[in-house]
Design a protein around this ligand. Structure first.
Ligand code: GLU
Length: 309
């Protein structure tokens, strides 16, 4: 026999707020799902999830917050943090600068004399950063990278094999960039190795709830507020937040600082990770992108949160 029905717990004010954001922006139908690699084109335009993780370890989410998608360029700040931890700021600055490029993610923005990429958020800088992931061989570097991402998310993450294969087999421009970096001595060994690791890091599968927890680690000085584990030193957390602030949103970065002001990073699968330092992390997922490659609904949600909270 069934017992008396327990009524569902009333939604907290933050959950109600997220639901209002969801209802408001779910109606937006602008933007295009990325198709530059065939696998990404399979995403549904209607998928939409929002999550917030607070620095005291609470997570709130609405919509398709459990649908997995690939992290893509949102991997870049995490790997930048890993490189800082293992090589120190001087070692990293030798290979990649911290100047905003104001250009598209796949631009070939290298210093004309040294070949050093302008910043770690464009592909050239990200591939250079990936070459600094510590390990004795490709397998151990991949394990180190995936373990780091998992520590940020507070759960064990994996890779979307078919997106990885798609990236690897069609990434001719990234391959060209990696070989150019080798030509300048920014990459010091076989460029195919960090390139393969870069394709893998872009293909790590996450949910927008994961992005919110990852962002909350950055909001919380480098400690995952859900697991209590330190994932990044405080000084490196500040450095990661700085490059996200100035370079995180592709060629929309300048306007983004002006109108939203939150350190953030977007990816072409439709994710955005944004940080309100000391308060909470935000993860948004919605595949249709604007012409700069940022999630249309994601940008609106972040703008609204920054304005209203
Ligand atoms: N894997 C993508 C590339 O390098 C990342 C694109 C992105 O999210 O900006 O082409």
């Amino acid at each position: 026999m069934d017992g008396p029905k327990v009524p569902p717990a009333p939604a907290s004010p933050l959950e109600q707020y997220l639901q209002r954001l969801y209802d408001k922006f779910a109606r937006l139908e602008d933007g295009q799902v990325a198709t530059y690699i065939p696998e990404l084109g399979r995403a549904r335009a209607s998928w939409f999830g929002i999550a917030i993780a607070t620095v005291d370890g609470r997570v709130y989410d609405v919509g398709n917050s459990q649908v997995p998608f690939t992290i893509q360029s949102i991997s870049k700040p995490l790997v930048y943090g890993l490189a800082l931890e293992s090589c120190g700021v001087k070692g990293v600055l030798k290979k990649v600068g911290v100047e905003p490029s104001g250009e598209a993610f796949n631009s070939i923005s290298l210093d004309p004399h040294t070949g050093r990429p302008l910043n770690p958020m464009i592909n050239a800088g990200a591939i250079a950063t990936t070459s600094l992931v510590p390990g004795t061989d490709p397998g151990s570097r991949w394990t180190q990278l995936l373990d780091t991402f998992s520590a940020f998310a507070g759960r064990s993450l994996g890779m979307d094999e078919s997106v990885y294969i798609s990236e690897r087999d069609t990434g001719h421009r990234n391959r060209a960039i990696a070989h150019l970096l080798r030509n300048f001595g920014i990459l010091e060994a076989n460029p195919e190795e960090p390139l393969d690791l870069y394709f893998r890091q872009c293909s790590v599968s996450v949910t927008c709830r994961d992005l919110a927890v990852m962002a909350a680690c950055l909001a919380n000085g480098g400690v995952n507020p859900v697991t209590g584990r330190r994932v990044l030193e405080p000084r490196n957390t500040g450095r990661v937040l700085s490059v996200m602030t100035s370079c995180g949103m592709y060629d929309y970065s300048g306007e983004w600082i002006y109108s939203v002001g939150l350190p953030a990073k977007s990816g072409v699968a439709g994710g955005i990770l944004a940080v309100l330092p000391g308060q909470f992390g935000i993860g948004v997922f919605s595949p249709p992108l604007d012409e700069r490659g940022n999630s249309v609904r994601g940008v609106q949600v972040c703008e609204a949160i920054s304005r209203e909270l």
